[in-house]
Write a protein that binds this ligand. Sequence first.
Ligand code: TXA
Ligand code: MG
Length: 320
Amino acid sequence: MAVIGQDIDEAIRFLKDGNLVGIPTETVYGLAGNALDTEAVLKIFEVKERPAFDPLIVHIGRFEAMSEFVIYVPEKARKLAINFWPGPLTLILPKNKRIPEVVTSGLPTVAVRIPDHPLTLRLLNSLPFPLAAPSANPFGYVSPTSARHVADQMGHKISYILDGGVCDIGIESTIIGFEGQDPVIYRLGGKSIEEIENLIGKVKTVLASSSRPDAPGMLLAHYAPGSKKVLLGQWHEYQDQINMHETVLIRFKDTDEKFPLNRQAVLSEKGDLREAAKNLFTTLRRFDIKGISYIVAELMPEEGFGRAINDRLRRAASVD
Ligand code: TXA
Ligand code: MG
């Protein structure tokens, strides 16, 4: 079983030996290995049971490290990095030969970000290599937002989990790639479209919509909490189709008085979308229990973090 602790030196030892370590970030926990070591990267795919065609994000500790791994940085990418790193934003840039092909699934581009978490920043800045890390969940499952989540699912497969508390943001980073100089959002996440457009102007959004997209920013069948069926909207729309005794509700800011209270979760009583995002994955995990077959989730307002939450709910609902 993995040891859970806050010992950075211990994490460094494991990583230098080619082993995997669970790491905290402000978005979700990552399953990290030496990005320059093909063997370590292959272990990540194996432990996560992730298909080889789905590339990993390379995490670096400081802005200057980016130029060691990419051949070109568009002006708007530079601006985004300078303003939003460390933070919940991943940039897809043309890679150089130092990044092994396994990391990028053979793509000519590499996903890079500086995560905003004090422990992990210290770790990254103490290591002589960057860390490849997908979210530390089995492929297709909800991302982990605490060390406990990682231990529950990955504990028997990795050596160490660096405990950085509960993730502040709670959903994955926003992913931006480039068509020439033009930015394209591939995944909605912890940096909202509004914040991004305030800085660099209008940005196109192209979200992956098949199970083998060209831009594998996100596969469709994702975020399913176990074998539960996720349905969108209000419970009474499904009254004739499903057993309500096996149903729980995920609501935005208030409970539905016509439904048993102990089977409802409210994401943010204040109606704060940021708080709702932070609570989303923990709530999905909480309902992954025996006796529950259906999760009826209310969609959030389509703005700010609401868009990223809805995207994940729609993906969870698309799984059959
Ligand atoms: O917040 C996050 O981004 C977390 C933390 C740990 O940093 N990481 C994360 O990694 O969510 P992961 O592997 O679960 O999701 C990364 C996504 C994948 O869906 C992958 O397809 C996409 O990034 N990606 C990676 N490299 C890419 C590339 N070169 N082109 C297009 N998409 C890429
Ligand atoms: Mg993931």
